[in-house]
Structures are given as structure tokens and as C-alpha cells.
Design a protein. Structure first.
Length: 536
């Protein structure tokens, strides 16, 4: 999990490292899971290939948490009680179970190019978590490892379905954008070697896109396992699919009501089209995002919706290598010295065709941008990150569950409406519904694509019809489902939090409040969703 913990948790001892995803290294890593050694340092190759896959003996969960993290964190939960330690053991055990499934049963290193792309990614060095010369040296060391890491990728990626290779080729080709910066200390030869290696990876996946297995479906059993393996829970796909359909119907009704408030004489789809066309010009996107960021932070503080909203959240375009992301949060990791977090909002390039500019700007409409900002900033990802920094447990600070993280931010989008956010503006309700319809359609399409019920064309039509996406955006979302089989995690996580909230209302009675529930939840970090009942 080196790429994940380097950026998400801020463990910069792994700067300049590419995880070894060869068959031999994966077998060694799987064999070590659960041993005390794994708590110290995962298997990796550093300063060239091959490297020593062994790890020094590390601390157990019963040791002093500050010593275990090396972070100096002084406050927070997860440090002392027996219940805390048992919860952390369960959290750690869920990740071990997930990794056994992911690498052992599913063999993601053979099937999933995204795993290898994450290891090659250089954008992690763009945020100002350390002095620029230090980050530049790590980046240069990382680039020097590209040829060997790509050799491993080309050799290991022997089970990639053709639709997955085709869908990911644009992202793979875009990797070289990160090589366009200053020449590293090692010189131009390192960059040329990286470019040559990159061409081998592109050629490999281009071939797979033509000759690979045309069927991307993993099957119902594998999909259910993927949704529960890291989550300490078992997933019933049939029930989850039924609930997703009910949620789609609820959101569609809410959207129709909001649109009727705005114009009772037009059909919903026509009102939506007009709403999405109301957006700032290219040069105004960043300033509008900054204004909404200030608004959602103030609202979250006023209503005490999360325990922490301190620090500095800057707003600006993403680094060149991540310009594919229209909006994303790059937070200061809990294991690194505090530094500004970035809410990346990337306007379209003025040189693009007019139609592409219009589609891109629709994301920043005055209907969609507020809900996106609640998700990315507060009470969503940024506010969540500020709580992670207060925790003393290394498990809770470093093992950050994606389903809880995305579920929390998605839950926040509608929760703020209940608390009165923009209560007099039906555009926010419409924007929240549109974002949620995309997320719930992802869940439905993931289940459909991987159980063989839907084709990519079918999924494209579902996004067009149910989530009001245009042709290219609908197609892109459908194709993402071929390789990101768990991209229904947003709705899956939201459901888990809503269920917990209802249980808390019943259990706590008159003592229930959202600040109490949210604080208890965030004190768990970003836990497997099967363990969130510990918040009660």
C-alpha cells in the first residue's frame, strides 16, 4: 500500500519508492501479512531493482502510539483503552483480509493496471509538504525506478481484460506529462530512460486492448467479495442493488420537486440542462470555488458538524499530471507536518473545442459546484482530514478506508440540507441530487457490468438516462466501471453511515445529536464500514 500511505497518510519515508509488484514480491508480502515485521515497513524496492524484500521487526499495537507513528500527535482517540486496542486490531485485521483477497485471490497485480499506475505517479511530490529541493530529489529517485517498475508491470499484467486496457490507455499515456518539468539532478538520460520504458507499457496495453479477453465481468461472487473484503462485512449484492434502485427513485423525485420550484412549466431534464449551462466563465471558476469554499467552511463551523475545520485549505488548479481531475482534495496527511491542503478545481483549457469546454464547465455550474465543494471541503474530505491529524492510533491514521472516506463526504452533501444549508435555494437540492444520482448509478452499473447483466453500452445509457450526463461523460463513467469495480463505494459508504445514524437515534434517544455522532465516527479515523458501530 506504499502509494496509498505515501500520499493519503503522509508517510514520506516512502518518497522515492516504487512498490515491487512482481509475483515473487507479492508472494513474500502475502506470507508476511499478520507478522509484527509488517507493522514496521512494507516490502519495497528502493534505490534500484531488485531490493531486499525483508522488513525489520516493528512495533505491535500495544506500544506507545506516539512512538509507533513517529508523528508526535498528542490528542485524539485510539490510544489507550482495551476497547480501543480491540477496535484497532479489527481495523488492521480487515485490511490484512482485504490484502489477502486483493493480491492473493483476485491477483490485482496481474489484472489491474491502475495499481501499477499508482506506483509510477509523480504528482504526489507537487504539494508543499517539504522543501522543494527535498521533494525534487525524491521525485528524481522515483523517476529513475520507472524502467524497472515498468518491466515488472509489463511482465506481470497478463490478465488484463481488453475493455480495461482500452479504458485506461488515456491515463497511461498521460503519465508522461509528469516528465515535462525540470530536468532531475541525475540528468536527461534518466528522463529518456523513463520515456522509453513508458512507451513499452503503452504498447503492452495497446496490444491487450486488441487481443485481451473481451469480457471484463468479474462475476457476482468476486464483486461481492471486493465490496466487503476490506470492510469487515459481507455484502449481499441483491439487497444492495434493490436499495440502490430505491435510492435512485427517491433522488429522482427530489430532483423533480426542486426543478418544479425553479420552473413548474418545464420537464425536469430541460430545467437540468438550463441549470448546468449557468456557470462562470473559464477565468471565473477558481474565484467562485474559493467563495463557496469559504461558505461551506463557515457553515460547518457554525453548526459544529465536524470537530475540526482548522488549517489552511487553498483553492487552485491541479498539477499538470492531474489535470484530468476536474475537482479533487489533496489534503495534508496525518503523518506529515501540517501544511496547506489543496482543493484542486481545474478549469478547461481555452484551446479545447467549444463543445468540450462547455461539457467541462457544466461541472462548475452554480448548481453542481456547491455540492461538490461540500464533498471535497467541508464537512467532507478536508474536514475529515483535520480529524485524522488528531488521532494517536497509527492504525487509524495510516489505514484509511476508501468506502468510509467517500461515503462520509457523500453523506455530507445531503446532511447539510437537513441543517439548513442554502435552504431558500432549490438549486442546491437539485445539485445534490444530480451528484448523488451519478454515485448511485455507479453502484447499479458496477453490479450490472460485473454480473453480466449490463454491457458498457447499457451502462452508458443508464448514466445518460438516470444521471442526466451527456454522451461523452456518460460513456466515461460506464468505462470507469470496467476497471474500478468498487466505484459504487460512495453510495455503499453513505448507506452504512445513514444506517448507523438511525441506530444512534434509537440507542441514544434524547441524547442524540449530529455533532455527537459525527465526532464519535471521526474518532475512528476512516474505518472499515463493518466496524463503525463502535461509534455507538
Amino acid at each position: 500500500m506504499i502509494a496509498d500511505v505515501r500520499e493519503g497518510a503522509g508517510l514520506h519515508s516512502y518518497d522515492g519508492v516504487v512498490q515491487d509488484l512482481s509475483e515473487a514480491a507479492v508472494r513474500t508480502g502475502l506470507a508476511a501479512l499478520g507478522s509484527p515485521a509488517l507493522l514496521s515497513r512494507p516490502h519495497h524496492r528502493r534505490n534500484g531493482f531488485p531490493g531486499d524484500p525483508g522488513a525489520a521487526a516493528g512495533p505491535g499495537l500495544g506500544t506507545d502510539p506516539d512512538a509507533a507513528t513517529g508523528s508526535g500527535a498528542a490528542t485524539g482517540s485510539g490510544a489507550g483503552s482495551g476497547a480501543d486496542r480491540r477496535h484497532d486490531e479489527a481495523h488492521l485485521g480487515a485490511f490484512e483480509t482485504g490484502l489477502r483477497w486483493y493480491f492473493g485471490d483476485y491477483q490485482a497485480h496481474r489484472r489491474d493496471p491502475l495499481l501499477h499506475l499508482a506506483g509510477l505517479d509523480l504528482a504526489c511530490y507537487d504539494r508543499e509538504y517539504a522543501p522543494e529541493p527535498e521533494r525534487a530529489a525524491s521525485r528524481a529517485q522515483h523517476v529513475a525506478l520507472w524502467p524497472d517498475a515498468i518491466d515488472v508491470a509489463v511482465t506481470t499484467l497478463d490478465s488484463v481484460p481488453a475493455p480495461v486496457a482500452a479504458a485506461l490507455l488515456p491515463a497511461v499515456r498521460g503519465l508522461t506529462a509528469a516528465l515535462n518539468g525540470p530536468v532531475p539532478p541525475a540528468g536527461e538520460a534518466v528522463i529518456e530512460a523513463a520515456r522509453t520504458a513508458h512507451a513499452r507499457l503503452v504498447a503492452h496495453l495497446e496490444g491487450v486492448a486488441v487481443t485481451g479477453n473481451p469480457d471484463c465481468a468479474v462475476g457476482a461472487d468476486v464483486l461481492a467479495r471486493s465490496l466487503g473484503a476490506f470492510e469487515a462485512t459481507k455484502v449481499d449484492l441483491e439487497k444492495l442493488d434493490e436499495r440502490a434502485d430505491e435510492e435512485r427513485d427517491r433522488l429522482t423525485t427530489l430532483l423533480a420537486q426542486a426543478c418544479a420550484q425553479l420552473d413548474p412549466h418545464l420537464p425536469t431534464a430541460q430545467v437540468v440542462a438550463g441549470l448546468l449551462a449557468d456557470h462562470p466563465a473559464i477565468e471565473g471558476v477558481i474565484e467562485e470555488a474559493r467563495a463557496v469554499t469559504a461558505e461551506v467552511l463557515a457553515f460547518t463551523r457554525e453548526h459544529n458538524l465536524t470537530p475540526w475545520t482548522d488549517g489552511e485549505c487553498l483553492v487552485g488548479p491541479a498539477p499538470e499530471s492531474r489535470r484530468w481531475a476536474m475537482a479533487m482534495m489533496s489534503w495534508a496527511g496525518p503523518e506529515e507536518a501540517d501544511a496547506p491542503s489543496w482543493y484542486h478545481v481545474t478549469p478547461p483549457d481555452p484551446s479545447w473545442p467549444e463543445e468540450e469546454i462547455a461539457e467541462w464547465l457544466a461541472v462548475f455550474s452554480r448548481t453542481a459546484l456547491p455540492a461538490i465543494t461540500v464533498h471535497e471541503v467541508a464537512p467532507g474530505h478536508y474536514a475529515h482530514s483535520r480529524s485524522l491529524r488528531r488521532l494517536t492510533s497509527p492504525v487509524r491514521r495510516q489505514l484509511i478506508g476508501g468506502t468510509f472516506t467517500e461515503g462520509w463526504a457523500h453523506y455530507a452533501e445531503e446532511m447539510v440540507i437537513e441543517q439548513g444549508f442554502r435552504a431558500d435555494d432549490p438549486r442546491y437540492l437539485a445539485g445534490m441530487c444530480l451528484e448523488a444520482l451519478i454515485r448511485v448509478t455507479r453502484l447499479v452499473c458496477s453490479i450490472g457490468l460485473h454480473t453480466g447483466i449490463l454491457t458498457v453500452d447499457d451502462a452508458t445509457e443508464r448514466f445518460r438516462r438516470d444521471a442526466f450526463l451527456g454522451g461523452s461523460a456518460a460513456r466515461s463513467e460506464a468505462q470507469r466501471g470496467t476497471f474500478d469495480i468498487g466505484y459504487g463505494r460512495y453510495t455503499q459508504g453513505k448507506f452504512a453511515i445513514l444506517d448507523l445514524r438511525e441506530r444512534a437515534r434509537q440507542q441514544w434517544g434524547a441524547d442524540f445529536s449530529l455533532p455527537r455522532l459525527h465526532t464519535a465516527l471521526l474518532e475512528l479515523g476512516a474505518p472499515p464500514i463493518g466496524l463503525i458501530r463502535a461509534a455507538l
